[in-house]
Each structure stands twice: as C-alpha cells, then as structure tokens.
Design a protein around this ligand. Structure first.
Ligand SMILES: CC(=O)SCCNC(=O)CCNC(=O)[C@H](O)C(C)(C)COP(=O)(O)OP(=O)(O)OC[C@H]1O[C@@H](n2cnc3c(N)ncnc32)[C@H](O)[C@@H]1OP(=O)(O)O
Ligand SMILES: CC(C)C(=O)C(=O)O
Length: 585
C-alpha cells in the first residue's frame, strides 16, 4: 500500500498531480451556469444516425431570403430600388425560388410583390415566396398581395414553437399553440387553397429548441391539413432560428424528422440556419447530409444578429469539392457590389470566397508554395496542350482558382515583412519579367525585409522594382563610368574597344577576341580595380511599353559574393554596365 504522503518523498521529487501545472486552468468569472437550461441541447431520440458517413454530391434547392429575413435585420430596410436590384441579381445568378418579402408587414414589401405580379421582372420559372405569421388578418393581406401573379408562389406560414417562446412570447401551451397554428393553416387554405400554382410552407420557428416529438406532431398535422402530395408537396422548413447547439445536434434533429415524418415523399424538407455560434454553414451542410433538400439563407450571410447562413459560402464550398452549385458566382465582385449596395453593409475582407484578402498570401512559405503551384499548373498545361482553366486545380493554399470567381491573380501575392524570396521574385517576374536566380532572390529578400521592417508597410511591385534598382542598378558615388563600348568583327576576328572613367581618369583599350565583359574586367584590372565574376545571368526588364536587357552579375568580395546589375536596350551594353556597376560598389 502506498502511503498518501509517500509521493512527497520519492527520490525523483513529487509525483505530478492529475493535471500538469502548465495545463491547469482556473475557473473564470464567467457566469456560464446561467445558460445550462434554456440554450442547452434538446435531446434527440436518435442513436443510429447515418449522416456522419454520407457525402455531399449535389446542390440542394437554394432559397435566398435576403429580401425578407435579411431585410428585417437592416437598420435601413431596402427601398424599392435596392430591393429590385437585389432581386434582379438573384435571378441572373440562377436562383429559382426567392423569398421576396413579408407583404403584410410593410407597404414596401406589399408593393414589391405587386410589382412582380404586374411586370415581367420575375421570369416564369422563378417561384416567389411570401412570408406570413399565423394571424388571419395578415394571412388575408398576404394572399391579396399575390393576386394575378403568373409565377408559382409559396405562402410561407410560421409560428414559434419552442418552450421559451410558448411561455414568454405567445402565452400558449402545446395544445393551444397547435390549435393556433392549425387555425392559421386553415386560413391559408381558405384564402389560397384554390389558387393555381400556389403551394404552402410551414416553419416551426425555433425548431432547434423545440421538443422533437412536438415538432413532428405539428409538421404532420400541417401536411395532413394541407393534404401534401407528391404533385403538390408541402415545404417543411426547420429553422435554427437562434443557433444554440453544435451542428451535430442540428443534424440529428433533421435526421430524426427526415426519418419520422408522415407523407415524406410529399414533403420538401428545408432548413434555415442562423449563425449565432458561428457554425451556420456547418449546420446547413450536416443538415443536408441528414436529409434536408432545401436551404434558406442570405447571400454573404446578412440576417438577424450574426446573420442567416451564407448561401454564397455554401454554394462555393460545393464548387470547391467538385460539385456544381447550380448558381453562377463567376463575377463575385459584381455580386458583392450589388449586395453591399442593397444591404448598406460592407463585406469583411476575410469573408470566405469574396473578401478582399481571401486570395492573398503575405507570408513567405505560403507565397513560395503558391508560386510553385502556379508554375506546376502552367507546366502541366503546356505538357498536355490544355487550357490552364480546364485543368484540375492543384495550387497549395488556394482552395479555388480565383479566376473561377472572375478575379485576377493580381492580389494573390502581396509583400510585407512576413514575406520571403518566393513572393518577391514572383511579383518582379509577373510585373516586370525579371527572372532572378535563386541566390539573388535570397540577397534581395533580405534587403526587402529590412525595408519592410523599418516602415511596417506593404511593398507593391513598383516599390520592389525601386528597391531592386537602388540595390543593384545604381552605384553612388560612382567610381567607374562607362564611356564607350564597341565590338567590331572582321571575318573570324573580333575587336572590342572599351572606354572607362576610373576614379576621374579616362582609360581606353582595345582587346582582340574577347567578349565585352572580359574586356571591361581586364581594363579595370589594369588600373587596380578587380572584379571577379562568379556567375552571370541574362533576363529582361519590361517596364511601360518597351523591354530592356538586364544582366545580373554575381561577384566575389572576399569570402562572400555580392550582386550588381546593368540594363540597356542591347544585351552587350547591359552586360558591360553590370560590370561597371559591380566595380563601382
Ligand atoms: C424569425 C423571424 O424572422 S420571424 C419574422 C419577424 N419579422 C418581423 O417581425 C418583421 C415584420 N413584422 C411586423 O411588421 C410586425 O411585427 C407585424 C406587422 C407582423 C405585427 O405587428 P403588430 O400587430 O404591431 O404586433 P407586434 O409586432 O408588436 O407583436 C407581435 C404579436 O404577434 C404575435 N405573434 C408573433 N409571432 C406570431 C406568429 N408567427 N403567429 C401568430 N402570432 C404571432 C405575438 O405574440 C404578438 O402578439 P400580442 O400583441 O398579442 O402579444
Ligand atoms: C421563421 C423562420 C423561417 C425564420 O425566419 C427563422 O426562424 O429565423
């Protein structure tokens, strides 16, 4: 038996307590216990869930609710012009079902539905959804708004069903609330049951905090009342109105409904996640795995509090997994401009797929990987004779090709003090055609890093070129100046004449059968200036309309090497200038 105190006297010192000291946390002052009841998970009677082993293989039906749920969250609700611009955008993007408003709530919303009824702004294959609470007067007004409309219409009836809402907001128990909802459903039937092309949708608002058996009972009662059939299916929309549990719980709730609903083949199972915990996207994706066929949300995720689920991210997540999202995001910046205009809310620079910075790498290793990925992509296109945009995408750190979204590669690599040689070399090559050998990249990136650290600023390609010129192309004060270089060839013999000013004195010599670089180094050596060339590289510099030759010289300085460059329209003179620059340093 080990005595309780024996651990204090082991030769190796005290035994570790159960939690190592580096990992021991104190209780915070956060009053988390206050949330244990209401917003804790609802128990779902589902043990053999099948959603975890499924995969997303096709797009669900998408229903943007920006003009209703998004709109009701705006400080300045959309005026008719902003509403119309947004609606027309959604139509062009390919949405086939659009919730256009809450016509009983405001004249603007009512008038917008009338505009759709009286003009051709909605193509015939677009279904129009109108939203109403379960109140007879408001249902009647909603039905009035859709009179004469040629498009298919969905009347969307909702009532909150969760215990807190029953108790605190509506003052109903389960039975009396069921009666209220069925009365609303009957009113919908009375006013719109005979209208051609009209279908019905029911949302038990706050479904995610409603007892699963009660939600099931209400949904089945509605499909019976509305006589759901495969020819006239009813949409059952199950909202996570205030997101309150992790996405796996929502998925369980949806799978439970999917498996247990009556008339399942006559039901379109829909979800409507919000994003209070920041997991709206995960909720929607898992819900689709769990049996949901339709998703309501807002483009870029506007909506009450932290927003509705973002339909753009959902669609582009599918795209990024090789599944056609069925919606056109090929000009994402245009979409963004219209959405920002209509909502009067700016999109965050890190917002998935659309933010200004989401296709940009500042950090060195990421830039290096992206640069190599682009080069591999180009090489594959050349090797297979394919267009780059047709090839499988294999660029590290870029989950989708920015070109798919109508973006250029301009912003993909940007340079600051966190950047490395790869990104710097990429920008100089992309914008000016300068191909730097690896050792020069190393040398130049050190200089850029110093400058970026000093200023704390980003350096664009123009600033990098200026730094390159300062580092390698200008030598002030200049010890050596090139006066002339001339190569004359007669038959097999060449004669190179070179004139230099060295430390103020003019020197000239002619050499037979040596190139201009050697001629220059010899003349310099004859006057005590030694330039030992380790390597020489030719590239070009394209600035403005013309291109110049650029010679890059690596020269020995004691135990180290340093770099100098020369540029000129002729390759020959560019090389001699590089030698002169090297000598002047
Ligand atoms: C989760 C969601 O997004 S739900 C949609 C929320 N959107 C909006 O509210 C935007 C538009 N709303 C409005 O313009 C107004 O609230 C209106 C026109 C619908 C109703 O206005 P008012 O008659 O002034 O009612 P008010 O908004 O103050 O209160 C809501 C009343 O409806 C009741 N109610 C709330 N939801 C529902 C519902 N789905 N079905 C029936 N009654 C409801 C409430 O219990 C409350 O009743 P009470 O007055 O007897 O206490
Ligand atoms: C009533 C539904 C559809 C809703 O808007 C929500 O729950 O957020």
């Amino acid at each position: 038996m080990i005595h309780a105190d024996s651990r204090l006297s082991t030769p190796a010192g005290p035994l570790p307590s159960s939690a190592p000291s580096w990992n021991r946390q104190r209780h915070s002052q956060m009053p988390s216990h206050r949330y244990q009841d209401l917003y804790s998970r609802v128990d779902v009677p589902l043990l053999d869930r099948s959603w975890p082993s499924r995969r997303l293989t096709e797009a669900p039906l998408w229903v943007p609710v920006d003009l209703r749920d998004g709109n009701q969250a705006l400080a300045e609700p959309m005026d008719p012009e902003r509403k119309r611009a947004f609606f027309e955008l959604m139509v062009t993007m390919g949405y086939k079902e659009i919730e256009v408003g809450y016509p009983s709530a405001s004249q603007t919303d009512y008038d917008f539905v009338r505009l759709i009824a009286e003009t051709d702004i909605a193509p015939e294959d677009v279904t129009i959804v109108v939203f109403t609470p379960a109140r007879r007067d408001l249902i009647e007004r909603t039905v009035e708004s859709i009179r004469g409309i040629r498009n298919p219409v969905v009347i969307h009836l909702y009532t909150a069903t969760a215990p807190l809402w029953r108790e605190v907001v509506l003052g109903h128990d389960r039975d009396s609330l069921r009666a209220l909802i069925l009365a609303g459903g009957s009113d919908v039937l009375e006013f719109a049951g005979d209208l051609d092309g009209v279908r019905f949708e029911f949302s038990p608002e706050v479904f995610n905090l409603t007892e699963p058996d009660y939600a099931l009972e209400l949904c089945d009662a509605m499909t019976t009342l509305w006589d759901a059939s495969p020819d006239r299916p009813v949409i059952l929309n199950l909202p996570a109105t205030v997101e309150a549990a992790s996405p796996n719980v929502y998925a369980d709730q949806i799978e439970y409904m999917h498996r247990n609903l009556d008339r399942r083949e006559a039901v379109i199972l829909s979800v409507h996640p919000h994003n209070d915990r920041g997991t709206g996207i995960a909720c929607a994706e898992l819900a689709v795995l769990a049996g949901a066929q339709r998703v309501e949300g807002c483009i870029f995720g506007n909506g009450e509090r932290t927003g509705n689920v973002d339909l753009a991210t959902l669609a582009l997540n599918l795209h990024a997994q090789g599944v056609d999202p069925m919606i056109d995001f090929s000009d994402i910046d245009h979409i963004r401009r219209v959405v920002e205009h209509s909502n009067r809310i700016e999109i965050h620079p890190r917002h998935p797929y659309v933010g200004d910075l989401v296709h940009t790498a500042f950090s060195g290793t990421h830039q290096d990987a992206i640069k190599k990925g682009f080069a591999e992509h180009r090489a594959r296109a050349e090797a297979t004779g394919s267009r780059p945009e047709d090839l499988p995408w294999r660029v590290p750190y870029l989950p989708v090709d920015p070109a798919d979204l109508g973006r250029s590669y301009e912003a993909v690599i940007r340079v600051n003090s966190q950047s490395g040689k790869g990104g710097i070399a990429y920008l100089l090559e992309r914008d000016y055609g300068i191909e730097m050998p690896r050792r020069l990249q190393v040398d130049f990136s050190r200089r850029v890093q110093l400058q970026a650290d000093e200023t704390g600023r980003e350096l664009d390609a123009e600033a990098l070129l200026a730094a390159f010129e300062r580092s390698y192309l200008s030598a002030t004060p200049s010890r050596v100046e090139l006066l002339e270089v001339d190569v004359a060839t007669t038959g097999e013999t060449s004669r190179t004449t070179i004139g230099l000013r060295i430390d103020g004195d003019r020197h000239e010599a002619t050499f037979a059968d040596v190139g201009p670089v050697e001629a220059a180094t010899r003349l310099l050596a004859d006057h005590g200036v030694h330039v030992e060339i380790v390597s020489l590289h030719q590239t070009s510099l394209s600035a403005g309309s013309g291109a110049e030759a650029l010679t890059l010289l690596e020269i020995r300085r004691g135990a180290e090497t340093v770099w100098a460059a020369g540029r000129h329209r002729s390759v020959l003179e560019a090389s001699v200038r590089a030698v002169v620059n090297a000598a002047s340093r």
